[in-house]
Design a protein around this ligand. Structure first.
Ligand code: FES
Ligand code: FE
Length: 395
């Protein structure tokens, strides 16, 4: 790759943006390493020593709950000769013991002991290198940058809207992992439009209108009426009436949308499968949509929430983790709980793989985005191009 490809506004990206290993490396350096990444849930880091790992290209971050309740994040790199120290993808430890020569690290990353290093060795001079970490409304984020972007505006948007859903005190009832043969941007683009919903998502379409994504200019009087009625109902419950949609080009959206008539949750029959989560008492709170670029989207109904985490593997491969959360003591039918979003996600991965196969082929040329239903794809590609530092070519 000689230079990063530029795009024309209103068009999908040049082929190299999806397939080129050099562009993928730039994506990791300029997009993933420079922004807050969704790592996991407060609910899975609910006791000292509980940890999870996040891969960002060649980097691996350990996120661990400390003895005093604080959250720590470290590069998973031993300060001796660089071995990985986390024993598994997730688990619980009293300390991290390097498997190579048994240096022992406390949960806060400080080096506790190092055998056979001589009398002059100062353990205090070594530690696991720290990584920025934050948690808000039950979601945990890390940032590899030396100077991370300001996290506070996102937390201020998320806390009053997602906080009442009680994700921090929830449990993960179902976890699904997928490896998708597509570039990570193909998955985000797919998530950013509902052009494909009516044709591909029968389960999702039972409960959801296919409008309501910002940038979708279609009007639907039934949707507008449902939104107005629902907003009055939600604000009466003390939930914020205003959505937050990528303010000033920031990479996040937090928006509460109504479900179709008769649906209290994104389930097959509209009935909740579990009691309302957190401090919610009314099951009628619609569905709160959260997206945080580049690697999270989530839907929070009153009875359950589902999060989707993307992990790019290489230019043509993306790992996806789906987690379904319910109130900690809720007894649920796990298949029913996952029915809508397991089906919808798997439909999307199939669409993305077909999309990517075409993109990667000799016949691909950038195609025109719909100004009616794909303005959010355009918004994502604008954000991506800015993050990458490429200037779009003239339209
Ligand atoms: Fe970790 Fe040697 S590399 S103790
Ligand atoms: Fe979809």
């Amino acid at each position: 790759m000689s230079e990063l490809p530029t795009r024309s506004p209103g068009w999908s990206l040049p082929q190299a943006a999806y397939t080129d290993a050099g562009v993928f490396a730039a994506d990791l350096d300029r997009v993933f390493a420079e922004h807050w990444l969704f790592a996991g849930h407060t609910a899975e880091l609910d006791a000292p020593g509980r940890y999870l790992t996040v891969d960002v290209g060649r980097d691996r971050v350990i996120v661990v709950r400390g003895e005093g309740g604080a959250l720590h994040a470290h590069h998973d790199v031993c300060a001796h000769r660089g071995s990985r120290v986390a024993p598994e993808q997730r688990g619980q430890v009293k300390a991290f013991v390097c498997p190579y020569h048994q240096w022992v690290y406390a949960l806060d990353g400080s080096l506790r002991s190092a055998r056979l290093m001589g009398e002059c060795f100062a353990t205090s001079a070594y530690r696991l290198a720290p990584v920025a970490v934050r948690e808000t409304a039950g979601l945990v984020f890390v940032c590899l940058a030396d100077e991370p972007p300001d996290f506070e505006p996102f937390a201020a948007a998320l806390e009053p809207r997602l906080g009442p859903h009680g994700l921090a005190d929830a449990r993960i009832a179902v976890r699904e992992n997928y490896r998708v043969a597509a570039n990570w941007k193909t998955l985000v683009e797919n998530n950013r439009e509902c052009y494909h919903c009516a044709g591909s998502h029968p389960e999702f379409s039972l409960s959801n209108f296919d409008v309501g994504i910002n940038g979708d200019v279609r009007t639907n009087p039934r949707y507008e009426r449902a939104l107005a009625d629902a907003r009055a109902h939600w604000t009466a419950q003390g939930l914020p009436g205003e959505d937050v949609n990528f303010p000033d080009g920031a990479p996040y959206r937090v928006a509460r949308l109504p479900l179709r008539d008769g649906f209290l949750s994104e389930t097959l029959d509209g009935r909740p499968l579990a009691p309302p989560m957190g401090t919610l008492s009314d099951p009628d709170v619609g569905s709160l949509r959260v997206i945080s670029l580049p690697n999270l989207w989530a839907h929070a109904n009153a009875d359950y929430a589902v999060t989707t985490r993307l992990t790019p593997v290489d230019a043509g491969t993306t790992d996806v983790e789906l987690c379904f959360l319910v109130a900690r003591d809720a007894v649920v039918d796990e298949d029913a709980l996952a029915a809508v979003w397991r089906a919808t996600s798997e439909q999307d991965w199939e669409l993305c793989e077909k999309n990517y196969a075409g993109i990667a082929s000799r016949g691909y040329r950038p195609g025109p985005l719909s100004p009616v239903v794909e303005a959010s794809v355009e918004l994502f590609l604008d954000w991506y191009s800015t993050a990458l530092g490429t200037v779009p070519a003239a339209a």
